[in-house]
Every structure is written in C-alpha cells, then in structure tokens.
Write a new protein. Structure first.
Length: 421
C-alpha cells in the first residue's frame, strides 16, 4: 500500500468518526400528559404518522396520573429529565410560569391560536397577560336533568332561574316515611369541583365572580354570593336533596337535576345505554336571561429548557391542524373519542355528527356564544377551591349560615392570596 493511499484511508477513517460526518441522530420529543395509553391511542397513531413524514423526529409519550402531574413536573426539572411538551391543566399554569418552566410561544403560534380557537377558551391559557399554549380539552357546565322525572312531576320545561329550579326540585323530590330523601330534586357531589364549579356558574350568572379584579380579595361576602349559597342551602333545609345523593346516582333515576360537565356524557351512556336520549336533557344554567357558565381547560405548551423548541412547536401546530379538508385535527380526534370538547374551530365544524346530539349541542352552543367564562389563573386556585368546598358544605348541612360560611371562606382565601405566588 502506498503512503498516499494509507494517508487517504486514515483521513477518511478520521472523518467518518467525526460527528458531522455521521448520520444525524434523530430528535426525540417527549410529550407529557395525564391520559392513559388507551385514551392516547388516536394521538399515538398520529405520532407514528408524523415520524414517518419527518424521519428526523421521534416522539415518546410520558404518562402521569393527573393527581401527581404537577409534582412530577417539578421533580423532573430538578432531575434534568424534563419533557419537551406538557398537557397543562389551566389551574397549574401560574405555578409553571412563575417557575420559568413554560416557554413563550413564538409569534406564528400566537397567530395560529388567534385564528383557529374560541377566544374564551384561549383566555384560560393567559397568565400575566401572555398566552402560554395551544388550547386542547375544554370542559364547561350546564344544567342536566332527568326528562322522565320531569314528565312524572308534570314539569313542562327545565327551570330558567333559581326560584323555578326550587319549584321543580320540590315537585320531583320524594321522601320515605321517616323523611329521608329517596329521590332528590337536585344533587351535588363529594368532590371539590362538585361544589366550587357549580357555585361559579351562579356567580357568573349574577354578574360577579369569586375574585376581585386585583386578585387580592374576593366577592364572597357580597349579597350576590350569599344569595347564591342561600339558594343551594335551601335545597337541603327543604328536604329536596341530601348529602348522600351524588351526581353519579343520576343514571339510576334518583336525581332530578345536577349542574354537570360535558364529559359526564360517558357516565350517562354507561348507566343508561340506548336510553340516554330519552332520559337526559341539557339546558342552560338556571341563572336568568343573562346566564353564564364556568369553563376550564387544558392547553399544550413547550418546556422552556427543551433542547428542541422549534421542533416541539412545529409538532404541536401539526397535531392541532385539520388532517384534511373538512376533517378534525389529531387532538380533536382524541378528544372526540373521549367524549370531550375542543375549542378548535375546525374541530367543531367537522364534528357535527359527534357534537350535534341533544346532549352535547347545548355545551357547544354555550362555548361558541361566549357564555362560558374562565377564572383568572392564579397559583392558589386549588387551595382556594378546597376552602370553598369546606365552607359551602358547612352551609349546605346547616352548620353555618351562608353569610357566615362565606365570610370565613373570604378570610381564608384572602390570606391565601397574600402569600407569594
């Protein structure tokens, strides 16, 4: 072998070992959410399609139960194992932003959101006057009622305000010989959300909210809030509901009305089967002609420390774009399969067959009409709602007057708001 040939071989061998000369390593994007693998199946299929169309990209899914999600996000930051993309519950947003965990979307993503999503839902992703992600799953509340119990009680239409709700509940409720409620005219539930979310709908319908505009105090001691809780407490005092009646009992025919979310359709379908349409009705919140409702949502954002932010935002935009003319986005397909709603205008337009049924259509109309309102994003939302649940229940069960219960809630929440966010 000549010296020249040996030198050429040596140079080529050296170049072959250099990073620039090797085949480029694929970019791996990690997508973190609370959905199970089964729930994620439609989106996972899209991941594989995106990889086929973009050979330099690999997508991994990291699942964490919703109860542990925010803590796992914090832990992953310390461990340096942060994912690239998060599915963010709106009440977590303030904490994530304050800890510099979320990246600000580039202008083209902000424009994409403004053009393609319902503005009221996009507002759920606004923190400190900035938008932090692409809206995904959205939930809102309406009055859900049992058509059969209404017919048996001779009630022609769902109530439009609280006095008519009380009247309907009185006609539906049934008690045994000992005065125990067997069929509740209206029911709540055991969770924090079962108390805090319906209460919000009543406040919004009265033109007020829990928090003051400066986010330093509450409106809970004002007449509108006291009146709303007084109406709920009266249901218990009059024997029209009980603590043992919960929203999950609705399919069994033991409840006349609840204030429930759109995702409850699956609960109803499991309990009622093909009798869902003939049994379940959905109507506006009984708050009068200016009724409003409460919405919360999830949105998808990129980690501020992601090594591949451009690729992550490009993936998210693709996942939220229609898959073809008149078709839903990949995220829309997954949400529809879960019985959930989306605020993506293209998804709504492409989902008439899924969202046009008697149960879902009123929720979609409330979303599109602007009647669905979100709360400001603060770091203390979860703690605030736990306080609300505790004090609202004290009034329900007659252990405190509505005014005293809300005064206590006001004091505790005001103290929470004074803590560093």
């Amino acid at each position: 072998m000549t010296k020249l040939k040996a030198y050429a071989i040596a140079v080529l061998s050296t170049l072959a070992m250099m990073p620039g000369a090797t085949a480029q390593e694929p970019v791996t994007l990690t997508f973190a959410a609370h959905y199970t693998d089964t729930e994620m199946a439609p989106l996972t299929a899209c991941f594989r399609r995106y990889e086929a169309e973009n050979p330099g990209i690999r997508i991994a899914y990291r699942q964490t139960p919703i109860a542990d999600f925010i803590q796992n996000v914090m832990t992953s930051q310390v461990a340096g194992a942060n994912p690239d993309i998060y599915n963010v519950y709106s009440i977590w947003g303030k904490r994530l932003v304050d800890n510099a965990i979320l990246a600000e979307p580039p202008q083209e993503i902000l424009d994409f959101i403004a053009q393609n999503f319902e503005a009221s839902t996009a507002q759920s992703a606004v923190i400190d006057d900035k938008l932090w992600g692409i809206p995904a799953e959205v939930a809102l509340y309406m009055l859900i009622y049992n058509k059969k119990l209404f017919a048996e009680a001779g009630i022609a239409e769902p109530p439009k305000d609280w006095p008519s709700l009380m009247d309907a509940a009185a006609k539906i409720a049934k008690r045994d010989s000992l005065g125990r409620v067997e069929v509740a005219g209206y029911a709540f539930g055991p969770s924090v959300a079962n108390a805090a979310h319906p209460f919000r709908t009543l406040l919004f319908s009265k033109g007020t909210s829990i928090l003051t505009d400066d986010l330093a105090g509450t409106h809970l001691t004002e007449p509108a809030a006291v009146e709303a809780l007084e109406g709920q407490a009266q249901l218990f005092r009059d024997g029209l509901t009980s603590a043992s009646h919960q929203i999950r009992d609705f399919p069994a025919g033991r409840i006349g009305m609840i204030t429930g979310a759109n995702w409850m359709k699956q609960l109803m379908r499991e309990g009622l089967g093909d009798k869902l349409d003939e049994t379940v009705g959905v109507a506006p919140i009984p708050g009068g002609p200016d009724w409003k409702t409460y919405q919360y949502s999830f949105y998808q954002s990129v980690d501020a420390k992601s090594a591949h932010p451009a690729e992550a935002w490009a993936l998210l935009r693709w996942l939220h774009s229609p898959q073809g003319e008149g078709q839903r986005s990949c995220v829309g397909d997954m949400l529809v399969s879960l019985g959930s709603l989306t605020a993506n205008k293209a998804d709504l337009a492409a989902s008439q067959a899924d969202f046009g049924d008697a149960f879902t259509a009123p929720f979609v109309e409330a979303l599109r009409s602007g009647r669905a309102i979100s709360d400001p994003n603060i770091a203390q939302t979860a703690e605030m709602d736990r306080v609300l649940r505790t004090q609202i229940e004290e009034a329900w069960l007659g252990r405190m007057s509505p005014a005293d219960a809300l005064a206590k809630a006001d004091a505790e929440i005001t103290n929470l708001l004074a803590l560093p966010q």
